[in-house]
Each structure stands twice: as structure tokens, then as C-alpha cells.
Write a protein that binds this ligand. Sequence first.
Ligand code: CA
Length: 235
Amino acid sequence: MSERIGQPAERRVLVVEDERTIAESVAARLRTEGFAVEIARDGPTAVSMAERIRPDLVVLDIMLPGFDGLEVCRRIQAERPVPVLMLTARDDETDLLVGLAVGADDYLTKPFSLRELAARVHALLRRVERAAAFAHEDQRTIRLGDLEINQAERRVRRNGIEVHLTPTEFDLLVHLASRPRAVLPRERLLAEVWGWPEGCGTRTVDSHIKGLRRKLGADLIRTVHGVGYALEVRQ
Ligand code: CA
């Protein structure tokens, strides 16, 4: 990766897709949007490339040779949190829920338009960058019972043990923890955390809540049926 002197570094996108025509058209479109793009065509290459080029975002197909996109997502998220836009071959709910649970932030079902893909990539980066800017302003560490959220460093501990969260899980947890015990409707969480319009994708919220419970303990977040979620605090 060469960086031109005097210019801001280009944002890097790693495209992981074994179907050559899709990979190349996605890469070409993202290059015209000003991104530096690299392509990986199988699971193991994707993981090593993500370590090497440290992308700002990963576009990740689920069906891949080597190991699949879900395993790629697990491994790259374990290394360092990075926003992931997952591509699914069909509207397969199982793939989708597992994908969101292993740390994908958003998904697109094939076939998709390149315009839609570019819009999702920009939206996801805007959200992550806005969250980072917000965290920079608000350096306060939230302490609720045995839960500690260090916003400046984007680190979370429960019972003194550090828990690794994806960028979306972290933002969702901060939203819930900023108003402990308040019931936050799914639509509001979608609008505030994801920046999505009301009425779409509420099961995305459910899947990320599932991820938070798996990592932080099932007792932390209460479901209010038909409404949303609330963070419970034991002092
Ligand atoms: Ca594929």
C-alpha cells in the first residue's frame, strides 16, 4: 500500500469473493468511489490479507473455498474489530443470523446492484467514523455494576474480564448503557445505532443483542416483548 504524500490515506476495502465477475465488478465500483481495493478469493487468503493490509471495511461473501465467510468473519474480528458487509447467495435466514452473530454489521442478498452496495459501504463507514468521533468527544467510562465500558479506548470489561466486541456490538451496548433500565424500542436502536430508516431490519437488532448476550452474559439485557430491549444493572 503506497500512500501519496500530502494527501489523506485512502480508505482500504478488502473484497472477499471467489466468483471472479462479482469480485471484479464490486472492486471496480468501489475504486471509482475512491477506495483502495484488494481482492481475496478464498477464506485463508482473506484472513492473511486482512492482517496485512488492515482494511477499513470488508465486503465478505459467505460461500468461499477453504473455509466459509462466517469463519473468515470470526477470525478477522478476533484479530481487530473491522466493519463487515456480508454477501449472501439467497435470503437464507440461517446464514444471515449466524453472519450477524459472528460480527457482520450489515448484509446484502445476491443479486444486488452496485449502487446499493456502494451506498451500504458508505453508510457503514459513516456510522463507524461517527461513532469514533463521538467516542473521542465523550471519553467518559461508563460503570454499571460489574460492567465497565471505556469509550475512549472502545474496550469493555465484565467482572474485570475484557470482552471483545465488534464495532456494531460496542455501539449498541453504549446506547443501552447510556440509559440503563430504559426500554429502547428496536426501531429507535436501528435509527440511532445503524442510521437506518424506521421499519426495516429489526431482526438485525435481535441478532446483535444475541451476540452481546453470548459474550457478556444472558442476564445483562432484558427483552421487552413487542417493544425492544433494556440494560439491567445489578449493583
Ligand atoms: Ca462465493
